[in-house]
Design a protein around this ligand. Structure first.
Ligand code: DGL
Length: 274
């Protein structure tokens, strides 16, 4: 049965685990195939064409391993790839949904009281047209100001399991202070690695910003898409997760185990090439 196949989830590294957690909450009966392209992370500062190519290879690898669709759990990859992927996989005989991530500007605009919203993202996501489109669609009409902050250092720190360390806090202090000073009361976490920095952001800025990410909304959307395509697994649970990485599996095992918090039990991680 095709609905019994696992759902693919892709990120350049461990950031997509923040989305996977929401997917597992929303879809407890599903099996997941999580692919982290750890041989290439971080991708946020790479050229558009390279980001597109790495994403296409990862999605092809998940397709070849029997996934029934893919959640691109990476804002940077989504920014450059969704259209191409949908063209590529939309033409097949069987449905193969591609679900992507868009920075959560819409709920942040709805919630702001100061009229200033901050977006923290990678250089790639800031360059891509998806963010521009959602700002134009949701922020501009109401006159909400959107201020962006960028860093290429945060993703590698999360990958190393140092989201709560002094270095991450120093980077956050530097890049987010101008947003706080400009009166931003909402901070869109425009990269799936950043929910893991919530503790450090709170430690530096207290309740200055409400932190807004897209994980829960994407999980709800995924349920609707699978349902519409006849691909929702009927089982109640518990679903399973297989973790695949393109880099060193030993290095990834520790950080994945910490971030998914499976009662301290080591998760099994397999190395694949894309
Ligand atoms: N988790 C990815 C994102 O959401 C990180 C991109 C990177 O590897 O720099 O953008």
């Amino acid at each position: 049965m095709s609905a019994d196949r696992p759902l693919g989830v892709f990120d350049s590294g461990v950031g997509g685990l923040s989305v996977l957690a929401e997917l597992r909450r929303e879809l407890p009966g599903e099996g997941f195939l999580y692919l982290a392209d750890t041989a290439h992370v971080p991708i946020g500062a790479l050229p558009d064409e390279t980001i597109r190519d790495l994403t296409a290879r990862a999605v092809a690898a998940l397709h070849a391993r029997g996934a029934k669709g893919v959640v691109v759990a990476c804002n940077t990859a989504s920014a450059f790839s969704l259209m191409h992927l949908r063209e590529r996989y939309g033409a097949g005989r069987d449905p193969f949904p591609i679900i992507g991530l868009v920075p959560a500007v819409k709920p942040a605009v709805a919630a702001t009281r100061s009229g200033v919203v901050g977006v923290l993202a990678t250089p790639g996501t800031l360059r891509g047209s998806l963010l521009r489109d959602v700002i134009r669609q949701w922020a501009d009409p109401g006159g909400v100001r959107v201020l962006t902050a960028v860093s290429a250092d945060l993703v590698p720190l999360v990958e190393l399991g140092r989201a709560d360390g002094a270095e991450a806090r120093a980077v956050l202090r530097e890049v987010l202070t101008p947003l706080a000073e400009a009166g931003a009361d909402q901070l869109v976490l425009g990269c799936t690695h950043y929910p893991f920095l919530a503790g450090s952001i709170r430690a530096e800025f207290g309740e200055t910003f409400a932190l807004v990410d897209s994980g829960a909304a994407v999980a709800r959307h995924t349920r609707n898409v699978l349902c519409g395509a006849g691909l929702l697994r009927a089982e109640e649970g518990p679903g399973t997760v297989s973790y695949l990485v393109t880099g060193d599996p030993e290095a990834s095992r520790t950080v994945i185990t910490t971030l998914v918090g499976e009662g301290g039990q080591n998760v099994s991680v397999m190395q694949v090439s894309t």
